[in-house]
Every structure is written in structure tokens, then in C-alpha cells.
Design a protein around this ligand. Sequence first.
Ligand SMILES: C[S@@+](CC[C@H](N)C(=O)[O-])C[C@H]1O[C@@H](n2cnc3c(N)ncnc32)[C@H](O)[C@@H]1O
Length: 281
Amino acid sequence: MDEKNIKQKEFWSGSGGDVWVNKQKEMDIMLNPLGQRAIEKLKLSSSEIILDIGCGCGATTLEIAKDIPKGKITGVDISEPMLDRAREDALKMSLSNTDFVVRDVQTDEIDNNHFDIAFSRFGVMFFEDPYEAFKNINKALKKGGQLSFVCWQQASLNPWQSLSIEVIRGFLDLPAPPPKGPGPFAFEDKSYVQDILESSNFQEIEIMGNEEQIIMFSGKSLKEACEDYLTINPIVTEMLKNSANELKEEILEALMTKFSDFHKEEGLVFPSATWIVTAKK
Ligand SMILES: C[S@@+](CC[C@H](N)C(=O)[O-])C[C@H]1O[C@@H](n2cnc3c(N)ncnc32)[C@H](O)[C@@H]1O
């Protein structure tokens, strides 16, 4: 494979991907309602041909597959372990209109003029060059094809991120990551997303704000939830990768104190802010 996006490939096909596979249930409880907002924007007929970008363990691919019995949905991702999980689940659910393939959506060729819809739940913010990636996505769509995805607004509106970074910065003096660099918040700036889509020849672009509560690590104790949190977030794991275990323990304690007000019976309950983005080719 091309050396572009190498850090993301290492994370998502390595430790990060394994954690996402192990915590799939909890992640889906958190992300399902937000993914649903982007699915609701699609005008689906039963025979659509759909691309699920950065499909991960395939929750949205399988969900959409049920609504297109005569169509087909292809989940693409750079993470082998996550795609393996998606394939297993498709088999268990006897869904034969799905396909899961390893593709770097930025650099690899995807069938041209082939898809009616390109969809993503939080799978489009990790490209080193999003302009190249969205041009590739545009090429993959048929004329008039729909694009719909959900991504995070800025960290300050998503306290699960901003508060944890505040905690870590109390212990470690780390440079701030480059603002638009690959990561969960790469698309926080609406005008940047608009520019990427316009430059990639998308039309009828709409970027709508969505605010709702999310449940992280459903049913877990505060300690378990904070432990999981520290392993699952690519920004946080990158910050902590060279830290001694003792320091990680101290950070965990501090995070538990910071997150305690948000811990309810259901898990960690946080406000969240996302962009629901739609466009046409
Ligand atoms: C936050 S996860 C979301 C996964 C899944 N869509 C979900 O909602 O559970 C981001 C996903 O994007 C994938 N990804 C990152 N860079 C990618 C690239 N260049 N091409 C394809 N997938 C990519 C990762 O491997 C990961 O599965």
C-alpha cells in the first residue's frame, strides 16, 4: 500500500482497531443515534448501490443493508480487524448484499461512477489529504449520487474530548495537534468542510448542526468507562503512548474525578455536537 496515511493505518489495523473490535457494542450504543441522523437524510430505494466509507466493524453497513434487499452496500476501511468483525456479523445475520474490502479511500481506486450513495459515520476525518479523498469519493458516485455523513464539531462542544485533554495536559506538556490534521476533530470547522466538498465538485452542500446527549461505555462503572476511554480515542492514545504505567494510573484517577459528574446509571452521559453533512454529485 501507499505510504500515505501510514499512522492511521498503524492505529486502526493495530492496537486501535483491536480495541474498537473488543468494545464494539459500547461504541455502537454511543454512535448509533448519531449515525442514524445521517442515514435519515438518505433517500433510499430498495435497489441502491451504496459505499460505506470507513465502515469499521460494519454497524451502519449492516443496518442499511436491511433496507436495500435488491441493492448492495460495500463497506471500505483500512482496518483489517474491524473488517473481519464486519464480515463475521454479516454472515451471522445472513446478509448477502454486503461486501467488505480493504481500501484507503484517499489513495486507492474505487469503482468509478458506480455508487448511488456514499455514506459515513465518523469515517471521513482521518485522511492526510481530505481534498484527494473527497475527489475520489466524488468519482465513485454516479451523476446525481448522494453523499451523507456525520462528523464531530469542535472539541469544546464535546466535553468527553475537551475535558480529557484538559486532564492529560495537567500531567504532560505536549504540543497541540495540528488543527486540521487527521483525527476525530479534523472537520470541526464548517467552512473547511464546505471548501473540501466544493473543491471536490459536490453540489447542493448542506452542513447542519446536531446536538444531542450520547451514552459512552453503557453500563460500565466510572473506573471501567475511564479505562476504556483512555484506550479507544486515537488522540488520547497518541498523547499517552510514551508514558510510564504509574503516570497513566495518575491520569486515570484524575479523569475519573473530572468525568464523575457525567457518570449515570446508563454509563457516561455527555452532551455532543456533530455536523450532519449532505451533498450531491
Ligand atoms: C471512528 S472510526 C468509525 C468506524 C465506523 N464507521 C463506526 O461508526 O463505527 C473511523 C474509521 O475510519 C477508518 N479509516 C481511517 N482512515 C481511512 C482511510 N484512509 N480509508 C478508509 N477508512 C479509513 C478507520 O479504520 C476506522 O474504522
